[in-house]
Design a protein around this ligand. Structure first.
Ligand SMILES: [Zn+2]
Length: 246
């Protein structure tokens, strides 16, 4: 059965800007309620049991914003958990998690992973610099957490074979892309995992369709990410996504 990842970024108290990746706290917590009420099972991180064929949703957050902590508390109240991907150069900077807050995520039952050091697209860097980004962020996170860090999410969804090879050299086991779609077995260790960005203003109907992998999402195999996005998203959101894919 498929494994469906959904991805969030920052949330805020009151909607302020035009960034389609920023949801309000209320919008997020409403979606957490929808997940809880759906009866679908949510991946209990960090276990990703490849022999288990149950359908699961995985929840992920990118970039390491301060709002991660609020959202982790919201998830923990419903006994749900998520993976949080942190760019280590931002740790402690205004608006981003500090070291204690990263450890607090784990105390709330969440899993922390790397999102490179400087939040740079790894596929456009020299091989040397892309390796440095991958290895350094892992080392810093492992120092903060005091244990091995297994998962890496590629910033901006940027990866290529040399980036994947570097991630495997660094002993990452779970590699998260932002390629749209459902993950279907057979899974292998170090499979590239697809994830679906949740954008501001997503209707309940579309959200539920996504987490259940209904209709178009279930048939996305023959579509490129752009085509799926174009088919499902309002015009403004689609323009935002195109920038992301570029
Ligand atoms: Zn990012």
């Amino acid at each position: 059965m498929p494994l469906q990842f959904i991805t969030y970024h920052r949330t805020e108290e009151v909607a302020s800007g035009k960034d389609v990746y920023v949801l309000t706290h209320d919008e997020f917590s409403h979606q957490v309620d929808l997940v809880a009420q759906s009866g679908l099972s949510v991946l209990r991180s960090p276990a990703l049991d490849f022999s288990d064929d149950a359908y699961r949703i995985g929840i992920t957050f990118d970039d390491g914003y301060k709002s991660d902590l609020i959202n982790a508390e919201c998830l923990a109240k419903k006994e749900l958990s998520a993976w949080f991907f942190v760019s280590t150069a931002n740790v402690g900077r205004p608006g981003y998690l500090d070291q204690n807050e990263i450890r607090e995520l784990e105390r709330l039952g969440m899993t922390v992973g790397s999102h490179s050091h400087d939040h740079v697209k790894l596929d456009i860097l020299s091989m040397e610099e892309s390796r440095r980004q991958i290895f350094l962020s892992k080392e810093i996170l492992e120092d903060i957490l005091g244990h091995r860090v297994d998962a890496l999410a590629f910033p901006g969804g940027g990866y290529r074979p040399a980036v994947v090879a570097a991630a495997l050299d660094a002993q990452f086991r779970y590699l998260m892309t932002t390629d749209w779609g459902v993950n279907r077995p057979p899974f292998q260790a170090a499979s590239l995992l697809r994830r679906n960005n949740i954008l501001r203003g997503t209707s309940d109907k579309d959200f539920l369709r996504l987490i259940r992998s209904d209709s178009l999402y279930a048939r996305q195999v023959g579509f490129s990410g752009n085509q799926v996005a174009q088919a499902l998203l309002p015009e403004g959101a689609y323009r935002g996504l195109r920038q992301w894919f570029r």
